[in-house]
Design a protein around this ligand. Sequence first.
Ligand SMILES: [Zn+2]
Length: 399
Amino acid sequence: MSGKVLKNARIFSGEKIVNNGYIEIKEGIITDWGEGPPPSGSSWDLEGRSVMAGIIDCHTHLLEFGALGAQKCRGEAQKLGGYANLTKALQAGITTLGEHFLGHPVLYQELDEYREIILNSPVNILLCLGWCVIGTDPLTFLSSHSPGRVIERKDITDQEIDWMAENSQFPGESIFINATVANLPPETVPHGGKEIFGFSEIKNLVGRFKEKNKNLGAHVEGERSIRNFIDAGGKVLHHGHGITRELMEEMKIKGVEWVITPHGGTSSPPTTPAEIAFALKIGLKPALASDSYLPVHPDASYLTKKALQGKEIGPGDFLHLIFNLSQELLGIGVEKEEILRMLTVYPARIMGIEKENGSIKVGKRADLIILQGLWGVEINDPEDIDIVIKDGEPIIDRL
Ligand SMILES: [Zn+2]
């Protein structure tokens, strides 16, 4: 689609919504855009359809835990399961992922194989490497450096930390400061939420990541652990359930970023619409992420239709969840544009790709979605996404 011009489009640029606009694309890059008819040349009439940057989901587990969890694929089929999940993401208008490799106990795919999938996939994927601690009794320690087996806490050495830091491409959940409940029933994870790493250990991790010019992201829940993470110099708080307004204000002052998973992911009740509205009000600019595949926490059941309750939610259902969350946020005065930024502009900044992705601006990559209403604030069904454009070319086409 090099040299194509889209016209008669309702555009969300990242800053504002323009009702009759055009976008010019050359060689996969946005070269011009604006309000009104295009200056010249042949153009593609979108007949008033909406256009915005592709969605950025900066917290997913599609290639590893989700390959077995959602697609039931292991062994040599793990890759196929991963691709199936990536297809679902694209079909839902998600063009960029912050994907996690944590070392599943029965999936033995190595880092090189993840890199190969990423290289061969049209989805933009940045990879975060880390350890996972599951709140079983005894605790289960896992590492992306030793996939396919359980490790011990003492195996998390400084050399291991350096390897994780070197190979992580964005600050995802490299470390689980609190044990996760994963997707397991509560009786299987009695230590879900337990503090695993205290202040001095987090500080060591932050320091070692800094030596490799990387920022530390972590899976965190509960006031005490969130405070330790902020005070130790952590950069990206994932989940952060149980946060207080005071802690949000401190994060704002110290430049700590927040990836919100509104439907769960820890042992604590998930972030509420009122908390999200407060974060936005003080200028915190958080991202909304799916943590796919993740079941819905009982306290967030308002986000689902009955058919989804108790099921693990993936990229396709994320749109539906965000739509229900949006209705709550709009109801308490959050602007449509601000909700959309939590799915595009803000995750791009958190992942360090804001120069190329996340909004419609001259010079940015033409990763766009053409849809029948704005994603998650006006539509709730992936079927309403007509076209997904990647680097200027349509790659999902429902028209
Ligand atoms: Zn996660």
